[in-house]
Design a protein around this ligand. Structure first.
Ligand SMILES: Cc1cc2nc3c(=O)[nH]c(=O)nc-3n(C[C@H](O)[C@H](O)[C@H](O)COP(=O)(O)O)c2cc1C
Length: 255
């Protein structure tokens, strides 16, 4: 599965518009439901639920269905959602099902089995030709702006293509003493209120963790992961720590 995920890092893209949507069959919907049970969480004791609904049950105008994500609210639950759902984004690309993460989505039910609504993915099956053909053409920050340290198999030039809300790319990666440290950057300016941006950027960090781990696994690089609880919600709170909040560390195991 990791090889499939790796290849999909380059094929996936956000479908802001869907062309030639092919209705999903019951078989395909069942396959998606099964896949939802196979995703690996970042934090195993956070309860997460998914609901697949017709897009008309939400304010989303894209695709055919929306996958609604509900979670228990616990430490790092947003990173956990990003990490889990990015695996789904990659798997859906493999199945020629286009995706758009939809942070602006609104749903009728804010709760599902006691869990809180977090975010949705709009999905629709389409033709392979509509997926990304040349990932290097995607608009992203330069590697030198998001990565410092010796390169590991060119990791910085792959993981920087991870998707993020408003393409904000709120990450910084440092590699030193066999350790990759992933930071969340608290941006100064944004069209969104800062607490909303921090909320959604934590999901982005989980997405980046998925990209980093898919990359390391693909290259048979073993690692230990350590998570840090990120509680900063405004730029002012972040000033003392130079706007960079440590979210995770990967200790590379060399044998
Ligand atoms: C957490 C998250 C929320 C997003 N929310 C929206 C959204 O509300 N509307 C939208 O059009 N795109 C949304 N996007 C898609 C991003 O704009 C997109 O990922 C980014 O521009 C990079 O482009 P790419 O996904 O095609 O590589 C979201 C992406 C993420 C990761």
């Amino acid at each position: 599965m990791n090889k499939i995920y790796y290849n999909m890092l380059f094929k996936r893209k956000s479908f802001h518009m869907f062309k030639e949507v092919i209705p999903l069959t019951d078989f395909e919907l069942n396959e998606i439901s099964t896949q939802l049970t196979k995703l690996h969480p970042l934090i195993s004791d956070i309860n997460v639920k998914f609901k697949i609904v017709k897009k008309e049950e939400t304010n989303c105008k894209r695709g055919e269905y929306c996958i609604l994500i509900y979670s228990e609210i616990k430490e790092s639950y947003l990173q956990n959602v990003g990490y889990l759902v990015e695996q789904l984004d990659l798997w859906l690309a493999y199945k020629d099902i286009g995706v758009c993460w939809y942070g602006l989505g609104k749903v009728k039910d804010q709760k599902c089995d006691g869990l809180d609504y977090v975010i949705m993915l709009a999905i629709g099956k389409t033709l392979p030709k509509y997926f990304r053909k040349d990932y290097t053409k995607a608009r992203r920050k330069h590697a030198i702006d998001i990565y410092v340290g010796e390169s590991i198999n060119n990791i910085e030039n792959i993981v920087r293509y991870a998707p993020s809300a408003c393409n904000s790319q709120p990450w910084f990666i440092e590699y030193e003493n066999d350790t990759i440290t992933l930071y969340r950057i608290v941006g100064k300016k944004s069209i969104m209120p800062q607490n909303k941006m921090c909320y959604i950027n934590r999901i982005d960090i989980g997405i980046m963790q998925c990209f980093i781990e898919v990359f390391l696994n693909y290259h048979n690089i073993n690692f230990d992961r350590k998570l840090y609880y990120d509680t900063i919600n405004t730029h002012e709170q972040a000033l003392d720590i130079e706007d960079k909040i440590r979210n995770a560390k990967y200790n590379i195991k060399k044998d």
